[in-house]
Design a protein around this ligand. Sequence first.
Ligand SMILES: Cc1ncc(COP(=O)(O)O)c(C=O)c1O
Length: 461
Amino acid sequence: MTTQTTTFPADFAARTAASAALFERAKRSVPGGAGSTARLPRNGWEPYPLFIADGEGSRIRDVDGHEYIDYLLGLGPMILGHRHPGVTQAVVDAVRDLGTCFGLPYELEIEAAEKVVAAVPSLEQVRFTNSGSEAVGTAVRLARATTGRRLVVRFEGHYHGWQDTVYWSNHVDPHRAGPAAHPRPVAMGPGVPAELEDTLIVLSWNDPESFAALMAERGDEVAAVLTEPAVFNTGCILPEPGYLELLRELTRTHGAMLIFDEVITGFRFARGGAQEWFGIDPDLTTFAKGIGGGFPVAAVGGTREAMRLVADGTYSHSGTYNANVVQCAAVSATMDVLAQPGLYERQRALGDRLARGLEAIADENGVPAHVTGIGTVFQLWFTDREIRNWRDAAAHAREDVFTRWYQEMVVRGVLFHPLQFENLFVSLVHTDADIDETLNAASDAMRVVARDAVRTSGAAL
Ligand SMILES: Cc1ncc(COP(=O)(O)O)c(C=O)c1O
């Protein structure tokens, strides 16, 4: 679902003339004017996306010369900020000293795999690949191959990439999807074969009853239960106590595989990802975003048993660019940085300070809002209702207010995604000064948001 139209502060067009000009130029040779549909006006970047000149640490600069404290962080990968000196140097050195792509294995690949396996609790083996979508596609097919079953259970509001098998029921219109207790799978765009609907069961997340009922009825047909262990593709929604445990228990009982899609959560609020944080070991895990400190790399891994068919070659996990030198150098160096003692504790505390500060500012201005998240990734929900799953978000979140707040923040030098159903990322190099500056901007911005709301509706929000 996309946003309603809201008005930018008057000086936005004047401030971003160079971005506007590049957007017009880009549209001539790049479909839509940007390299991913997620960067287009229809996905929140109205009236045109900012074009970026460069980034360093926690800051990013647009082509008009404005600097932003960056909470978009490339949609997640830049957990170490932009151009981390150690990781950048390691990649440059490896490319210069080794090459880029051999079509054969090499020692740095083992080193990178060993470090990832050491960091993530459930992992015994891992394969590197190129994108989160590829990693999820592999995990799903591998689960089907391993169990000899067809059905995959997934949840509304989660996003697992663009492959046909999983590109369903993300931000779905509840009227099309039917009752929350028995949602119908809805393909997220044209071109996805309708016949795949029969291979999926879609459920509402954080709803133990519907999951237990499904597993009691059809558990022995289920190849895999695929879930984000904390949902970051619908703002931020955390698992209720006992929910992930239930997924683990019932998949085990019925011989189905549990896949954690840790493309966002991996290496983010804990080095071992959500599985370390929540203490649940899945059979298979997918990673991307944080694993390479901003370089393009993804991974799929699991227990030795879960990776058995990959190991013996029965399941062909192939890819010309899998485990190339850029990827493995980036992963290896990123894992070293993430192992620094105290790093996560410090940055989670910093993120919490920002989250609590934003809540207080909303409160002072009479704007109903609350934060859900874990330190270094969260969302400010513009609602006073609890959000437990997609249906709650669709019913209660004020997308219009969020986008208005984004607009007032971006002109004050703070960048994050314009849509309520995305989130704010804090890197492991953001500082106290960044948080202070952000909260100052938020105080001003929230005052404007509250004033506008009173002006347009005649009453406080
Ligand atoms: C949880 C999750 N899984 C998979 C993907 C797909 O990853 P990629 O964009 O690298 O293909 C994303 C992307 O945002 C994601 O958030």
